[in-house]
Unconditional design. Sequence first.
Length: 689
Amino acid sequence: MIGTLAVLVAALSGGWSTDAFAQNQTVSGTVIDETGLPVIGAGVVVVGQNTIGTTTDLDGVYSLSVPAGSSLEFSCIGYDNQIIEVGTQSVINVTMVSNNFIEETVVIGYGVQKKSDLTGSVASVRSEDLQNRSTTDAAAALQGKAAGVQIINTSGAPWFRRPDPRTWLLIQLRKPRTPPHRDGLKVDNIQYLDPSMIESMEVLKDAASAAIYGAEAGNGVVLITTKSGADQGGTSHVTYNFRLTNQMLGKKAEIFGTQEYIDYQTYIGQMTPELLETVWDGKEHDWFDEVFAPSWSQQHSVTFSGGNNKGHFFTSLNYVDNDGIVKGDRDTYNRLSAQVNADYQLFKWLQVGTNTSFEKWATQSVSAASYGSALNSVMSIDPLTPAYYSNIEDCAPGMISQYYSNPDLIYRDPNHNNDFYATSKYLSEATGNPLFQRDRVQSSNGGITVRGTMFANLTPFDGFTFTSRFGYRISQSSSHRYERPYYITDISSSPNYSISANVNTSYYYQWENFANYNRTFGKHNIGAMAGMSYIESNSDSASISSSGTDILQSYEEPFLYINYLLDDAQKSVGNAPSKSTQISYFGRLMYTYDDRYSVQANFRADAFDSSKLSKEARWGYFPSFSAGWTISNENFVRDNVSRDILSFLKLRASWGRNGNINVLSGYPYLATISLKRSVVSVQPLFRRW
């Protein structure tokens, strides 16, 4: 748990509230938006007399007594202000035109809030900010779009499934990742989300704003809202997008070229002209160019959307085919995903809806981080060595010797004239040809995941909404790996076949119930939220592997699976189902006076079962407090400084306590003893014939 104190001065734009007093001419009417829907809570104020005003009701209707000859200003969050002269009119109907000004609402966790009223640090990114981004996943699209947020991707592989969104400050303090939330559902990753499906992304960056998520907010919280269909008068829209992206190695490591390497080795006394003639073919060799090449990623997206005053729908179908920058077909990522969102206004007091996503993915990968991996070999093999030799006699002495004693250990590349993979004649400790490291292992991963939420919003009276939301995640995945015996150098070789398979099935669900109450009384805006959450996560995986000099019935392509293991092949199996549960209670209080002074308090209590924490210490408590002063709404600023010079100035201060439970799993507080059994083989002293 870490307490933080943050003071922030922000330049935004703001609003105001009004009081209404009776005058001598009555004007009434209806305020609607561009689609014909009533605008609720729009401000109607006499120009020059801010004490005379009112707001529209649930049907967009207003009524106000004003002095003769007055002008009325109509305003509302998200719409352009309008000024209309009253004259002799007794009925004035207004159509508000939407804008993208600062008075937008942002998601803050179990609710929304006007951006100008925020007292915590929240970065907001809208759908228009994510357009035309040449990336296949949502996390990468966030890069550079939110101040103080940095995306860390620890792999350049196209299949890397968990980019890590974290605030720049917290990244310096601790490493664990915070699960993102999509439409209220905590998800395992957001790579499956195409940026075109996203309506907004909010990042709760400071401890005060993130405390509402308690033990899972140690690195801030990412909240994602997917698109829903707009009210289009019952009509529907269909769109199709296609993107073809060229990708390449961004930067090469600054290592010796061929001639520089020769000069250095000669300078330190390790290279002589006679040795050079033996180990070098006289050509330049750049291993980055041998292993990496520009490649293409294609994306297809089809969306269907529509709605009316009774409901909305949004459906998106996306396909991604990404061939990585490693040459060949061993570095690929394919994804077919769909998003189905719908909401229905069954009654004036009841709204129901669902947000569901489907994902089918498949990958092939090349090792990149470990010793002996393809990337490690690119960095370590000397530039005197070419990628291939067409004649075995040109290879290193060790390979020649192995070829004549056991040719099956020496590989050729069928896609390159059946040439031999070359390795260094100069460095005997080299890990070998990186193209060989790419090809010697056959591995694949794939799976299907369904993620969704179902919700009901009950609004029994004005300003109060009770939400019951059920979220779930069901996934199935499998992986396969096969390796043959090989020899490339004395330290990069194996006499064994190796095969493994893993399957995993998991399901997760969360049930949340919370209520929000928000009202405006003159210059006073109040808000309150209280709720609870129950989470259960289940996983069941099984794995089997085998290794040995002879383990399969046949070594042809159809037989490279566990089903064809020999009966006497040594096997290693594993299976460990797991289950964890969590219950939480949370709440929030907010108060704003005259759009100038704001205070907010959050509190959350989390408890975990024995898989994470012991019974004596399973509860954690996470409070936070924040306050804001909108200086630009003070009379001494508003009356003396033009809005063109200073649109919004606010001072914020916050304190909060967050936690991090994601570092704990598998009963970490228990002391365990591993018991190994020894098997003793006893030979009989006498044998009966």
